[in-house]
Design a binder for this molecule. Sequence first.
Ligand code: TMP
Ligand code: ASP
Length: 250
Amino acid sequence: MSSKKKKKLYEGKAKVLYSTENSYSIIQHFKDEATAFNAKKREIIEGKGVLNNFLSEFFMQKLNSINIPTHFIKRLNMREQLVEKCEIIPLEVVVRNIAAGSLSKRLGIEEGTRLPRPLVEFYYKDDGLNDPLVTESQITTFEWASETELGEIFEIALRTNDFLSGLLLAVNLTLVDFKIEIGRSLKSEGEKLIIADEISPDTCRLWDSKTKTRLDKDVFRLNKGSIAVAYTEVANRFDLLPKNVKSAVK
Ligand code: TMP
Ligand code: ASP
């Protein structure tokens, strides 16, 4: 598959997308920029892009291997990966196992309370509106996704949660919650849904299972230390980094 960069298609807060010679694939470049609170807090964290490139490759490849389709094709270099181009559904799909973040704030549930069952929430992707929480009825009424797609999205979200929870627990990490984005594959006729964007400590809450230490973007959001150190710890638990990277992001 072609992986020669052509032109910049889109620049977001953490990534840049480039077209390739193949209309079905694009290059996803991970930047070192960290933002929070809709980019009100912003900082360059050296090595973050490299870490998220390796971590997202790892999680997406594992999901592909159990037939939860993702956009990931292959990693190209330290900061870039080749991914399948798709039509992004404008929703942030959040799954929560333990109360934290905006759920705790909105409903007054103490952080760290395990939920009776995994909770799936949808946020409408619109920075201008601050990504508001939306209902299933709003999603189908405004045709952001069809009812059939919504059913599939629930299934993908819950299967992903079960699988990633187990994978992470094996290295003593608790998956508190995470966000995924879903796209419609442009390749298949039958509107197949695939996981897109990234899965990394930027988009998950990961707590050490024993000490409850946060090893995710909350370290940055709440000024609790260095995310380069925290993300390196996650990557090292899976032994993902080449030797030279292990020291570069200390
Ligand atoms: P929240 O508690 O702030 O709603 O976040 C829930 C999960 O979604 C958490 O794992 C962080 C992730 N997330 C993103 O990936 N991007 C975002 O813009 C936000 C607000 C949350
Ligand atoms: N990614 C979002 C932002 O920049 C919010 C967050 O992750 O907290 O600003």
